[in-house]
Design a protein around this ligand. Sequence first.
Ligand SMILES: C[S@@+](CC[C@H](N)C(=O)[O-])C[C@H]1O[C@@H](n2cnc3c(N)ncnc32)[C@H](O)[C@@H]1O
Length: 529
Amino acid sequence: MTMSNQAYARIGKSQTSGNGLFADKAIPAGESVLSISRPLVGVVEAARLSDTCANCFKWTAESSIGSRPNVESNGVKACTGCRTVGYCSRACQKEGWKRHHKYECEIMASTVSKGNMPTAARATMQFLIRRAKGLINDETWESVLSMESHIEDMRAAGGEKWMEVQLVAQGAWAFSMTQAEFTLGFATEMLGRVLTNSLTLVTPTYDPVGICIDPLAAMANQSCDPNAVVVMDGPVISFRSLRPIKKDEEIFISYVDGTNPFARRQQELKQRWHFTCKCTKCQKGPTTPSDLYSISPNNLDAKWKATADHLLRETPFAKEPANYVGDDVNSRRAAVIQGVAFDKLETARSTSDPRQAISLIEDGMRTCFQSKLFPVHRQPYAALRHDLLVNMISTGNHGIAFAQGAKSYFHVDPVLFPEPHHPMRVVHNWRLAMLLMYLGSEQDNPMTRDMVEQGVDLGIIIYGLLIEVQSNVASSHGKDSSFARAVQRKVQEVEVDMTRGDVGALRGVEKRIEKEWKLFRQMGSWMQY
Ligand SMILES: C[S@@+](CC[C@H](N)C(=O)[O-])C[C@H]1O[C@@H](n2cnc3c(N)ncnc32)[C@H](O)[C@@H]1O
């Protein structure tokens, strides 16, 4: 059925819900659990069509620092038929045409659907068309049909969301021209399967480029404290172990940000996936570190109590289940403060103007910092900092981006991603090294001048970070992954630069890294919030 080149996982009955994936053997931490050479269906999202290959999903854009480590790229060329979908090479174009595009080209060319058909509609259409044309065999189709759709839950929930589901399904069904093979009801259920089982298609550095659905990957249940994590490398989807997994143990991935507080995780899973999460972390309720405040909400200072009371009157945040903290007045105050901070994060994520996003994010961070409720690793404080860094990079504020990255490196990531080989932590460290490299080349940047004046050896910190990435990348992404190769190339480049032919120049470098790390650690406290 699925194109799988390696799997230590089998499908079995789960204690959590329905079917799940189980380890076939004991798997050490940092190993591939499951590797699918290409998902059954993968769709590049509208915003990425012009710079992402629709066949191998390679992202070719001139991108932000630390994203897309493979620079050897000539972009994508749009299909001459629809002028919408793009390919990175002739070979990809040929392969993509054969697999599916020949049936989709005309649809994508039509002015109605061009660029504005929802990604889930296109994925649904792919399932319908490919089955109707005999491109999905009976065995694979059976596994597609066995994926949960939650369509009855969506219907029962009703409202605008159900209306949207019906509308999208109608569009996918009509454009697919498979009315002779499938009913509208069947197309709606297929859309339900797409919505319930899709994974975000990402680059090795977790930049989103679309969605994908594969019946084998879709067997993995969710945990807010997962033992495996999804890593993608072009069309290859892997599940990699975060910690040792015992033989016959269930393999869990996270569908949501497992570092969010309990009520928010539960609400998101209920709304988006229609289930009440029964994972081990959720069973502990709001008692894990993800829910802990720095001070008890009872000890908010008078100014913040007054601010919270004003917010309770003026905003709906405390009433939202995702912000629930408790029923007493101080819990409601904490809930509204938390709600405001999450609202800033979400609004910033929905704006396309990075300057406006920065202003919203800074508001949110000030709320977290000044209320004294939030430790740096408590959400949404950590996510706000992450987004601030990304937006600071895109507005050319590399110095501030670096100082925020240093704070995350020392104070946030080790708490949120305790495994040094956690792919998210490895990717963050890689980006920090790339950012520092960039900063080092900006001779007139006041931050660069300051660091050099203080005697900081930027080259050694860059090298230390890269060595750390290099020592974890085989576990985080796989030793043969394109990301591991890019890291290897960068380390070699930096070593050539550092030694300039004198191999002895790297002798004692560990001591030098240790010394610079003391200064680097201080940089982690440069930003007040
Ligand atoms: C991608 S499927 C996973 C495979 C699914 N258990 C099956 O038998 O097809 C996602 C669905 O599994 C169920 N599920 C996954 N993780 C769960 C959890 N932690 N608690 C409760 N239900 C869960 C939910 O119904 C969810 O919509």
